[in-house]
Design a protein around this ligand. Structure first.
Ligand SMILES: Nc1nc2c(ncn2[C@@H]2O[C@H](COP(=O)(O)OP(=O)(O)O)[C@@H](O)[C@H]2O)c(=O)[nH]1
Ligand SMILES: [Mg+2]
Length: 244
């Protein structure tokens, strides 16, 4: 069985991707890396292809036709990870908002401490967000609280996108039933892991806004989450969460 796969979805991350690949593949733990690129017009995938010559066998690329959303990019990556036998599967952004060094801490929470899901959490010890405008910090913080109240999950950072899953979590959650395509996907994944009774740990991290490239966050994504979380909660009453 292979050990760890970090999945990074990309859309126009030309300015970040090379430094990110080099960083992840030089960490103390031997992570493999999968980039799921949605046909970025800026040529992100070409940079990855060139780097594959250097990191043979450790750097993988899945290219999709167009911008199909963050959630579906991760589902695509999860299926790849399961098919190729990885035990620990990570989600991370390409823009250095998540410090790649923290991958090792997420790994240890699962591999050494025995948790099923480790979440890099901005809100477990105060508010650890650097360089975001106050409006976005407040929106993210209150969105997290809203989700916590509606869903009842005991997680401080319910929208976090920096995570490690043990393989069995992704095998149990029926990936084809995930309803959200955008950022609300992050909420749904945590909710399902929680409902199935997996052991979840929040690892405190410092989140720093990107310095290169632009954010793909939009108000449509936000709307998907607000109503969608209510629908998700209601439909959970009609679903069985028995593990096997
Ligand atoms: N493949 C793919 N990646 C995406 C898509 N939307 C966003 N991303 C990537 O997802 C990560 C998070 O997006 P980002 O723009 O940084 O969002 P923010 O941090 O919430 O402002 C980055 O690595 C983006 O390149 C998408 O539709 N498809
Ligand atoms: Mg970002």
């Amino acid at each position: 069985m292979k050990d760890s796969l970090v999945i990074i979805p990309t859309y126009n991350e030309r300015e970040n991707i090379e430094a990110m690949v080099k960083k992840v593949l030089s960490l103390s733990h031997p992570f493999d890396l999968l980039i799921v690129d949605d046909g970025s017009p800026d040529g992100t995938a070409d940079i990855v292809r060139a780097l594959q010559q250097v990191y043979t066998g450790r750097l993988h690329l899945e290219s999709r036709q167009g911008k199909l959303g963050l959630g579906t990019a991760y589902i695509h990556g999860f299926k790849y990870a399961l098919k190729h036998g990885y035990e620990y599967i990570f989600e991370m952004d390409a823009d250095f908002s998540h410090n790649p060094q923290d991958l090792v801490r997420l790994y240890e929470a699962c591999a050494i401490e025995g948790y099923d899901v480790a979440i890099g959490s901005r809100y477990i010890q105060g508010v650890n967000v650097v360089n975001w405008p106050m409006s976005r910090v407040l929106m993210s913080y209150f969105a997290s609280s809203y989700v916590r109240v509606v869903t009842g999950m005991p997680i401080a950072d319910t929208t976090a996108g920096f995570k490690c899953y043990r393989r069995k979590v992704l095998e149990t959650i029926q990936l084809n039933k995930i309803r959200f395509v955008g950022y609300a996907f992050q909420i749904e994944m945590k909710f399902l892991a929680y409902k199935y009774g997996f052991k979840i740990k929040e690892v405190p991290i410092i989140f720093t806004d990107r310095t290169k490239g632009v954010s793909k966050m939009s108000s449509g994504i936000f709307k998907e989450a607000v109503l969608g979380v209510l629908q998700m909660k209601v439909s959970s009453y009609f679903r069985h969460f028995d593990r096997y």
